[in-house]
Design a binder for this molecule. Structure first.
Ligand SMILES: [Zn+2]
Length: 333
């Protein structure tokens, strides 16, 4: 799989027009780049197979070897390994097979086993940061937080000026430079981690959206929600949303989180309608998951694509019922 990936990424190695050498994906997937990303996983002792889960072995194992050779990660003590690998019932089971007493807390059980010469299963090695590794990992976390926070502030300012493409670039760059473990695990491609911005216009829509269901929100709070949803969709939810939502006073009906969800539903629904229109779809239904009576009433008919009811339904009597827009396919409904 990794070979295939390298082949795919090979095309990235061409220098960008203008001569400046762009950072290459192949560099980013090198053990030296990935080592600090994986190091954080060992801030507490972890079974190796769990720590690298989601990364292909061909990619993960050289990184682990590098971390060990640098002295930043080492195999955990037998007591730590027992604590990570075994639950209390499992430890008690082991004690029984060795005819040892099963009373006491987890620590007592572990030390009773070790005193009797019983070792944790060697098939699942457990690793942890060394002192030096821990210092490095914590320092990186601080640096990464600061970089994400700075990028979030910059992207929010750009979004406020409706410079969506520039904001998207800022988010993409910081996430490429500071990927999280899961970014790489899920995609094997740090370039693919940032949200889709252009094609369906979700971010653009979110920046101007005024869904009726949020009608009770003040204009200032609505603007905060718009920015929060835009930065969420671009891919910096944690530092970005809390900055955008600072000072949010709420609608009395929805808290900030629910209000953001409803605004995102609105933007995504608008994008979906545009997509269906492009595809030549002329009619659609709306479907709710456990609708309130007011939303249930919208479900019973089919609508021309230009005359779909606004979703989320401003007249919703519940907590902003969830829904989807289903295209009406000729001959199937
Ligand atoms: Zn409803």
């Amino acid at each position: 799989m990794f070979q295939h990936l390298r082949k795919l990424l090979g095309r990235d190695a061409t220098p960008a027009p203008g001569g400046r050498r762009e950072p290459q994906l192949v560099d980013r997937l090198s053990p030296a780049f990935l080592a600090p990303v994986l190091l954080e996983r060992f801030l507490r002792p972890r079974a190796l197979d769990r720590a690298v889960r989601g990364w292909p072995d061909e990619m993960a194992m050289p990184v682990v070897r590098l971390l060990v050779s640098q002295g930043h990660v080492a195999e955990a003590s037998p007591a730590e390994s027992f604590a990570v690998l075994c639950t209390v019932p499992k430890l008690q089971g082991l004690l029984r097979t060795h005819s040892l007493p099963v009373s006491g807390n987890k620590d007592t059980l572990i030390h009773r086993l070790l005193d009797a010469g019983v070792l944790p299963p060697a098939s699942r090695p457990v690793y942890a940061c060394t002192g030096a590794g821990r210092e490095l990992a914590l320092a990186r976390q601080v640096e990464r937080e600061a970089a994400l926070q700075a990028a979030a502030s910059e992207a929010l300012a750009l979004l406020q000026a409706h410079r969506v493409a520039d904001a998207s670039r800022v988010v993409r760059q910081v996430r490429e430079r500071w990927p999280a473990f899961d970014d790489i695990a899920l995609n094997f491609n740090p370039l693919a981690i940032s949200g889709d911005t252009g094609s369906d216009g979700v971010v653009e829509t979110a920046l101007v959206a005024a869904p009726g269901i949020l009608g009770s929100v003040s204009p200032e709070d609505l603007q905060r929600l718009r920015l929060a949803v835009a930065i969420w969709h671009l891919g910096l939810p944690r530092p970005g949303m809390s900055t955008a939502l600072a000072g949010f006073t709420g609608s009395g009906r929805f808290d900030a989180q629910r209000a953001c969800q409803l605004l995102l539903f609105f933007a995504k629904n608008s994008a979906q309608v545009r997509r269906l229109t492009r595809l030549g779809c002329s009619a659609a239904h709306v479907s709710f998951v456990t609708p309130c009576p007011s939303c249930a009433a919208l479900e019973r008919k089919s609508y021309r694509i230009g005359a779909l009811p606004e979703l989320p339904n401003p007249g919703c009597q519940g907590d902003g019922c969830s829904f989807i827009v289903r295209p009406k396919v000729l001959g199937m409904d």
